[in-house]
Write a protein that binds this ligand. Structure first.
Ligand SMILES: O=C(O)C1=C[C@@H](OP(=O)(O)O)[C@@H](O)[C@H](O)C1
Ligand SMILES: C=C(OP(=O)(O)O)C(=O)O
Length: 431
């Protein structure tokens, strides 16, 4: 497998896309599957495993927490006896979901374990754990609310109330850990939960792996009943879903300058970023949504309104789309962008500004003044995979070439992104 961390610049020339492409595996689905396969005792066979840096980090974590895994005939086979860390260090790479989902699982161990990460993860907030884990009998020592975290359990589920407004990922981790600890007659109450569909995905994966499932009381309370569950009965077969988050860039590429078919995206998925379909319909591109594939091609595009509060990862592809839509597009949910791999409201404003697209930020609203032409120039990924992909898609119909520095950032979620658009006819050079 090629190294997805080595720095490179990608130069994208204006290109018309044509043909068929499969969306990549969803890292949200894959990372959850890894966690669920670790939690249950027995064998899990995971088809369509992801290969992104975040996915690889998740495999490293479950191994450090006691699971054994191998890839055979393209199927990821995980064997676990439940969470049981041999060592005292865990590294979550650059994955926000990784640290927030695995930290409560790490806390199931009795001995002290240090959790660390890399790149932008080192500056993202983790103070949630300082506040919440002590209420579950876990001692925590963070670096002023940042990584590294030193955690010593074992975590004991109890009735707690948490704040869900910063990220849903903390809840995802607690739900997995409560299931692993066989939580009984206890609930997690959540105030102001954001990114709700991501919690639906967590519950779906827990169900698919036969873990103990809480009752979802209107996203305000998750109640684990006092009924025991046999989490270990059979071999589990799970298929990692196609990725609506990465797929959104392909779909937008089709809408901006193409006539393509994107396969492997399930319209019945609980993934938050499936909502990209609404924006595509509203902007007036040609789109035909079928069970197994989406056909999409360009047409005169018009500005649209979209609320991305619960699907914040759609901001970057939608900004690329809005750049080509006549009029001012308004996207709500800017507050959700501050603590991603970059502060995405500002990085989108800066990098698209270089391409001649004016973006105005009005508190929670982003206004993109589209339809005035996009100019190819030198931009920077800001070490954020979604900024790199947004610039690349915007480059497809720009005037002149676009040079994207530190384009290897795409490896976090979609290492084959540039190869995929090349297969569709995009002229891309990596150097
Ligand atoms: O659970 C997940 O897989 C994710 C949840 C979202 O984060 P928030 O819940 O912090 O919005 C999303 O932005 C992130 O890329 C992946
Ligand atoms: C924010 C993202 O991921 P995470 O929070 O898991 O690092 C993302 O993929 O855009």
């Amino acid at each position: 497998m090629s190294d997805t961390h080595t720095s490179y610049k990608a130069t994208v020339q204006p290109s018309v896309l044509k043909g068929n492409i499969f969306a990549p595996a969803s890292k949200s689905s894959m990372q959850r599957a890894c966690a669920a396969a670790l939690v249950r005792k027995g064998e899990s066979n995971i088809t369509n495993p992801g290969i992104s840096n975040d996915d690889k980090a998740a495999l490293g974590v479950i191994e450090a927490l006691g699971a054994k895994w191998k890839i055979e005939d393209e199927i990821l086979k995980v064997n676990s006896e439940g969470v049981n860390a041999a060592g005292n260090e865990i590294n979550c790479g650059e994955s926000g979901l990784g640290i927030r989902m695995f930290a409560p699982l790490v806390a199931l161990n009795k001995h002290e374990i240090t959790i660390n990460g890399e790149g932008s993860l080192l500056t993202r907030p983790m103070d949630f754990f300082d506040e919440v884990l002590p209420a579950l009998s876990v001692s925590v020592n963070s670096n002023g609310g940042k990584l590294p975290l030193k955690i010593k359990g074992p975590l004991q589920p109890s009735n707690i109330t948490i704040d869900g407004s910063l990220s849903s990922q903390f809840l995802t981790g607690l739900l997995m850990a409560y299931a692993a600890a066989d939580a009984s007659d206890v609930s997690i109450k959540v105030i102001d939960l954001k990114s709700k569909p991501y919690v639906d995905l967590t519950l779906k994966v827990m169900q698919d792996f036969g873990l103990k499932l809480p009752e979802n009381r209107n996203y305000e309370e998750f109640y684990f009943p006092a009924i025991p569950v046999n989490q270990n009965a059979t071999v589990i077969d799970y298929t990692v879903e196609g990725d609506w988050s990465g797929g959104a860039f392909l779909l937008v590429a089709g809408a901006v300058n193409g006539d393509i078919v994107v396969k492997g995206l399930d319209v019945a998925s609980t993934q938050a970023d499936k909502a990209v379909l609404q924006a595509l319909i509203d902007c007036g591109c040609k789109i035909s949504i079928q069970d197994a594939q989406i056909e999409i091609s360009s047409a005169p595009l018009k500005a649209f309104h979209f609320n991305a509060t619960d699907c914040p990862d759609l901001f970057p592809p939608l900004v690329a789309l809005a750049s080509y839509c006549e009029g001012t597009t308004v996207i709500e949910g800017v507050h959700r962008l501050t603590h991603k791999e970059s502060n995405r409201a500002l990085t989108l404003q800066d990098e698209f500004g270089k391409m001649g697209v004016e973006i105005e930020l009005q508190d929670n609203l982003m206004l993109i003044k589209g339809g005035k032409g996009v100019k190819g120039t030198k931009v920077h990924s800001r070490y954020d995979h979604r900024i790199a992909m947004a610039c690349a898609v915007a480059a497809l119909k720009a005037e002149g070439d676009t040079e994207i520095e530190e384009a290897q950032a795409v490896g976090k979620s979609y290492p084959n992104f540039f190869e995929h658009i090349q297969q569709l006819g995009a002229k891309v050079e990596k150097a």
